[in-house]
Design a binder for this molecule. Sequence first.
Ligand SMILES: [Zn+2]
Ligand SMILES: [Zn+2]
Length: 307
Amino acid sequence: MPHVALAPASRGSRLAAAAGRWEAILASRPDLEPALALQKRLLGIVVELTETVEQRPLPRLSLPPRYLAAKLVRGTPALAGEPIPLPVALLSPALLQLCEALAQGGAGEAADHIRTMIEGGQMEAGSLLSASVSRDQHAIRTGAVHRGLSPDLVWLVAELAVSPYVHALQRAMFRAEDATLRAALADWNRGYCAACGSWPALAEVVEGHRVLRCSFCAFAWELTTYACIYCGEEGEPFVTAAPDEERKDRRVEVCGSCAGYLKTVDTPALSPFPLLAIADLETMDLDVAAMEHNYARPPMKEFAVRR
Ligand SMILES: [Zn+2]
Ligand SMILES: [Zn+2]
């Protein structure tokens, strides 16, 4: 069952689950208080926007299930290379709110500059959000540098602002009853997301099922192989280790062939969108452990799209 369906979540259940997890992080890592305060504000904006997006009908995409299935069979994510119409007026206010939260949360002028450029129209919200949906790191970096903005911050605000919509699209696209698409999803055995092409933020292991979780759209899928998700290595260079002997439920998979790593945590249930960001923060020590040994997460994969 490589494609795992997520139970629908409401605003209340998302916020309640988030609050409990933030409290637990703070109890064990009081030093993370500023990072937590910022994440609360950012995810608060994303949760509100998710609520708004989910109350509206999604535009009908001209992406027939069989066409999507054929793409998946070729290893191309469903959204790659597709012009996706975005509700820019609905998403833009969140872009500005996210910039404000970041400015107050420590990013200061760097975030203020982005807000000013978007408000003044020097940076067009629609193009920015589209580039994020296309996972076009090159376009976002070039556009940011050209305007004297921080590429990483621009990437972050665009990703957060458009993610509720991409999450909704992903669910709508893959909900189709079409047998061909169902089969293509069931056969999806790649390390990157079948919807948007992002690498997973981490793997959540629920009752022994190692479920990869997309860092952008929260897609959940399981591979049929236990191997490096980046290069497919399954021999000796692929090692799973728990940096903390006492916490075997929190592990990293590291690969000597491609130098990539993946965080893997045992959890009672999959995190609903957008709580993967909290899971990421909860496991920051695993990133540190992997990076101390010179492992890294590879850059976004690029897809040559055949139309
Ligand atoms: Zn995705
Ligand atoms: Zn590898």
